[in-house]
Every structure is written in C-alpha cells, then in structure tokens.
Ligand binder design. Structure first.
Ligand code: SME
Length: 179
C-alpha cells in the first residue's frame, strides 16, 4: 500500500525537496509513461495544499502544427485538446518556458476547465534529445498560489518525472510488482 506524502519541512524549498524524494521512490524502476504520470499526479495532488487540479498534457505527435492531448490528472474532468500557443498550457508548449500565472483571468486566452481555478503554473517537459514531451499543469482556487519557490520546486519535480520515464527498457522494480 502507498501512503500519501507527508511534508514536514518548514519552508517550500524543503517541502519540494521532500516531495522530489517521494517522487523518486514512487517512480523508481518504472519507465511506463502513463503509470508514472498517474502516480506522479496523485502524489502531488495529495501532498500540496491549495490545489484543485494537477496533471499532464502530452504532445499528440499525429497532429500537424502542434497539439496537446490530456493525460493522467487529479481533479475535475478537463478539456481534452489544446493547440500550441493557446491558453497557459499551449503557451508553455510553444515557448518551452514555465508559465507562472498569479491571476488566470488576466492571462489572455486562458482556458477555464474548472471555474474554481484562480492561479496556475505550467512547466514544459522536454526530453533529453530536445523534443517536447508535453506539459505539467497545476491549478489552484487561491489567487497567486504559486511563487518562485513553486517554479523551482515544480521544475525539479518534473526533472524527476522526466528522468524516470527516460529510462527506456527499465524493468518494474520488484517492490512495485503486485503478485
Ligand atoms: N487552464 C489551462 C487549461 C487546462 S486546465 O486548467 C486543466 C490553460 O489555459 O491552458
């Protein structure tokens, strides 16, 4: 059985370091993208306070011109497809830069999947070969929920996710096998 991560550090940087260690353990030895994305989203959603949605959008390689398609997430059902350049996620994908949005209503073209969302952070996921895998999107019902510590922490978490999924051919670790 997996337990929710309890974060005990006094500051955000310390809490993100603890969460990254939990993520490393959770994804250890498994390279399957969907399994890792689902567990990663569940871990973060239950560990961090003040979130109403977190999850992945992956690049749909079959679509010309660039499009994201919904991946594993926690929260309310969300819009399925987002063109590169549209909304916060599409902007992160097109620019390959983290989007820190203190007020989603002030962001031109913001796509409201959950009307409760007030602030948002989206981190692009870039593979080692430089191609874009997708984006990691986190929403909050609180205005300005995310700051520079969250930017650094979320980027570090995404590096843990990307490096776990990049280990092609990795076998599931014995402790993750339910026999
Ligand atoms: N708000 C995002 C869309 C995705 S949902 O928040 C889950 C955007 O503007 O790209």
């Amino acid at each position: 059985m997996f337990e929710s991560a309890i974060l005990s550090a006094a500051d955000k940087a310390g809490q993100y370091a603890e969460l990254a260690a939990h993520a490393r353990g959770l994804l250890h030895g498994e390279a399957n993208l969907i399994a890792n994305a689902a567990n990663f989203a569940a871990l973060v959603y239950h560990a961090l306070p003040g979130l109403n949605w977190c999850g992945f959008y992956f690049v749909d390689e079959a679509v010309q011109g660039g499009e994201l398609v919904l991946g594993p997430f926690q929260g309310q059902p969300a819009c399925v497809r987002i063109a590169f350049g549209r909304g916060v996620c599409g902007t992160a994908a097109a620019t390959r830069t983290t989007q820190l949005v203190p007020d989603v209503h002030a962001f031109p073209g913001h796509i409201a999947c959950d009307a409760a969302s007030r602030s948002e952070i989206v981190v692009p996921l870039v593979r080692a070969d430089g191609t874009l895998l997708g984006v990691w999107d986190v929403d909050s019902p609180e205005p300005a929920r995310f700051d520079e510590d969250d930017r650094a922490g979320m980027q570090a978490l995404c590096a843990v996710f990307s490096s776990a999924c990049a280990r092609a051919g990795a076998q599931a670790a014995p402790e993750h096998r339910m026999t």
